[in-house]
Design a protein around this ligand. Structure first.
Ligand SMILES: NC(=O)c1ccc[n+]([C@@H]2O[C@H](COP(=O)([O-])OP(=O)(O)OC[C@H]3O[C@@H](n4cnc5c(N)ncnc54)[C@H](OP(=O)(O)O)[C@@H]3O)[C@@H](O)[C@H]2O)c1
Length: 303
């Protein structure tokens, strides 16, 4: 009997999908047609997986350094989530694989992001204004480089108007939760980051965070410490409030860990209606964080 007739389609649950794989692995190895059967079952299972009611998650800033990691992690969890990305340019789309689920839009122009947001269940916001270094800086001569923001791409336009546009559109689309990555330092209006390019970046980020917290949509606001391009999953993560972690030695975090927290936040009720600072202990001290429910449960702050 052909295996195809044993696999009920459409398969509505993960359990059925797993069952079909069990059928596959029990196929005798010496059966002359077993390879063909295997291929057919795998194809059927893949079709079935595509039919599963997986929530759709959009990550914006998907071409950015943390956004890329979140997008990839979501793709790696294709049995759990249907991933979507939003990037600003076709070049960024190319950079992350040019898949059909990557949309191009500018968060400053609300109508350009609607196609990406329509029909999503969750939104992860990883867009940010990015300061550029003024030309002519010579590190061999000492001193500090100067930075500027391009016209129209100041934090006010990107971190405030752009995030607000995303929150409004996601709320209209009826999303279940919005995860927003911000930055530590926002409690201090005189924080040095605010003077970069006269952008007041932390002030505008904070305003968007407040807008999200007031939106009525379940939210998770992650205020990251200094971001590092290091391996994730090997450090003990620390959550805090009111920038208290900035007064300690532990105020950095790997982008890969931030990305993981973004995705874990979608899985636990304990992450909702919370805003928190995020950093990590140095590698080799403490226990690498595995229990994210416990991590989110430690947080008591709504803003
Ligand atoms: N750097 C740190 O140490 C630090 C510390 C704490 C928190 N954070 C925050 O953590 C978050 C992630 O940081 P990151 O360094 O991973 O980000 P990043 O690489 O700077 O990425 C930011 C992304 O935003 C996109 N973007 C900017 N303007 C846009 C627009 N108008 N429309 C659509 N997309 C736009 C950029 O796209 P393009 O590439 O096309 O411009 C870029 O992909 C940011 O909010 C950052 O401020 C950073």
């Amino acid at each position: 009997m052909a295996i195809a007739t044993r696999v009920p389609l459409p398969l509505p649950t993960t359990l059925h999908f797993k069952t079909s794989l069990l059928v596959l692995s029990s196929t005798p190895k010496n059966c002359s047609t077993s390879q063909g059967r295997r291929r057919r079952v795998v194809a059927l299972a893949a079709t079935a997986m595509a039919d599963l009611p997986r929530p759709t998650v959009l990550v914006t800033g998907a071409g950015g350094r943390t956004g890329q990691i979140v997008y990839k992690k979501l793709k790696d969890k294709a049995d759990q989530y249907a991933a979507r990305g939003l990037v600003r340019t076709e070049e960024s789309k190319e950079k992350i694989g040019n898949a059909d689920d990557v949309f191009v839009g500018d968060i400053r122009e609300a109508e350009t992001i609607l196609p990406a947001i329509q029909g999503i269940d969750y939104l992860i916001i990883l867009t940010s204004a990015v300061p550029k270094m003024k030309p002519g800086f010579d590190p061999t001569k000492g001193g500090r480089p100067e930075f500027y923001f391009e016209d129209g791409a100041f934090p006010e336009q990107v971190d405030w108007i752009g995030q607000k546009n995303q929150i409004d559109a996601a709320k209209d689309a009826g999303v279940k939760q919005i995860v927003l990555v911000g930055s530590m330092g926002g409690t201090n209006p005189n924080h040095p980051l605010n003077s970069i390019g006269n952008g007041n970046i932390l002030v505008w980020k904070r305003k968007a965070e407040q807008y999200l917290a007031d939106s009525g949509v379940p939210y998770t606001i992650i205020r990251a410490g200094g971001l590092q391009d290091k391996e994730g999953g090997v450090r003990e993560l620390l959550v805090g409030k009111d920038d208290e972690l900035l007064n300690t030695e532990t105020r950095t975090i790997a982008r890969a860990d931030v990305a993981e927290v973004c995705i874990q936040a979608l899985q636990y009720e304990e992450s909702k209606f919370k805003a928190f600072d995020l950093a990590s202990k140095p590698e080799g001290t403490g226990e690498p964080t595995k229990d994210f429910k416990a991590l989110f449960s430690q947080i008591t702050t709504r803003f």
